[in-house]
Design a protein. Structure first.
Length: 277
C-alpha cells in the first residue's frame, strides 16, 4: 500500500506533523491519532528536552510499525556545536540522548539545529560542527544507534545551516543528511521561493546530496531582513505549497514532509490532500 501521494512507480511521499496531534496522551496514542488523520509520519519533538525514555520509546516502536507510521525526532533547540567547551559538551550529550530515544522507537532520522555563527566566520562554525559530530557519531557507532543525523537548513542569517555548509560536513562525517526546511530557505533568501523553478532548486539541493529518502519541513513563514520571524499557517501561501506538489509527484524519490505550521496536524492533512488531488 502506498503511503501519501505517489511520486513515480512505487516511490512514496509521507506526511505528518511536528509533534503529537491534539488529544494525544502519550506517544502510542499519538501514532494512533496520526493514523486516524490519514497521515503516515510523525516527528517526535524533543525541542525542550528529551522527555521520552528509552523504555517508553520501546513501547512505541511496535505500534508505529503496525500502523505504518514513519517516525523521526527533533533534537533540543538549544544545541549549539559552535559554543564554548561546556556548551559543546552539553550539545553533544543532548543529541546523543535524542539518538538513543529515536533508536529505541525505530526513528530513521534525528533532526538538529546544529549551530549559530556566534560572530565567527562560517568556516570556523563548520569546523566546530564537524568536531562535535565526529564525537557524537563515534558514540552512536559504538552503541549501535541506527538513526541518521539530519542537519536542518536554517532560517536566520546568523544561524549555521546552508546546503553548502551541510555538504561540507557530510564530506567529513558519515551518517549525516540534509533536512531542507522550505520555510527557512524562503526566509533566509528574503522570499526566494516564488516559482516552480525556485522550489525545484530548493528540493533538488537536498535530493542531490543523498541517494535515499529525503526528510523535509514545510510551513509558511514571516521574516525580516535577519531571516525567519515566526511560522505561519499553510493558508498564508508564503511560500506556496502548491508549487512544490508537482515536483514531489515527478521526483521519483521517497520524501517525508513534516508540517511545522501553527496547526501541524491539520496542515499536514491539507498538504496530503493537495498532493493527492
Amino acid at each position: 500500500m502506498l503511503l501519501g501521494g505517489r511520486c513515480d512507480g512505487l516511490r512514496m511521499i509521507y506526511f505528518g506533523p511536528a509533534g503529537y496531534p491534539p488529544g494525544s496522551k502519550g506517544a502510542v496514542k499519538a501514532v494512533e491519532n496520526v493514523k486516524a488523520l490519514g497521515l503516515d509520519a510523525l516527528e517526535v519533538q524533543f525541542g525542550r528536552g528529551v522527555n521520552l525514555s528509552v523504555e517508553k520509546a520501546q513501547e512505541l516502536a511496535p505500534r508505529a510499525r503496525e500502523l505504518g507510521i514513519a517516525l523521526s525526532a527533533h533534537a533540543p533547540y538549544y544545541i549549539n556545536f559552535n559554543s564554548d567547551k561546556e556548551g559543546k559538551a552539553k550539545s553533544e550529550d543532548w543529541l546523543i540522548s535524542s539518538l538513543r530515544s529515536a533508536d529505541a522507537f525505530g526513528g530513521r532520522i534525528v533532526v538538529v539545529h546544529a549551530a549559530s555563527y556566534m560572530g565567527r566566520k562560517p568556516e570556523a562554525a563548520t569546523a566546530a560542527v564537524v568536531d562535535s559530530l565526529r564525537r557524537v557519531r563515534k558514540v552512536a557507532v559504538n552503541e549501535g544507534l541506527s538513526p541518521i543525523i539530519g542537519l536542518e537548513t536554517m532560517g536566520k542569517v546568523g544561524s549555521w545551516g546552508t546546503y553548502e555548509e551541510i555538504a561540507q560536513v557530510m564530506a567529513e562525517i558519515e551518517g549525516v543528511e540534509p533536512v531542507p526546511d522550505f520555510a527557512h530557505i524562503h526566509a533566509r533568501g528574503q522570499g526566494c521561493l516564488r516559482t516552480r523553478d525556485d522550489f525545484k532548486a530548493a528540493l533538488y539541493g537536498g535530493l542531490d546530496l543523498i541517494p535515499g529518502r529525503l526528510h523535509c519541513h514545510f510551513s509558511c513563514i514571516e521574516y525580516t531582513a535577519k531571516g525567519e520571524k515566526r511560522h505561519l499557517l499553510l493558508e498564508a501561501k508564503d511560500p506556496d505549497f502548491s508549487l512544490l506538489c508537482g515536483l514531489l509527484r515527478e521526483c521519483g524519490r521517497d520524501v517525508t514532509i513534516i508540517s511545522e505550521t501553527p496547526d501541524p496536524s491539520g496542515d499536514a492533512v491539507r498538504m496530503k490532500s493537495m498532493l493527492d488531488g
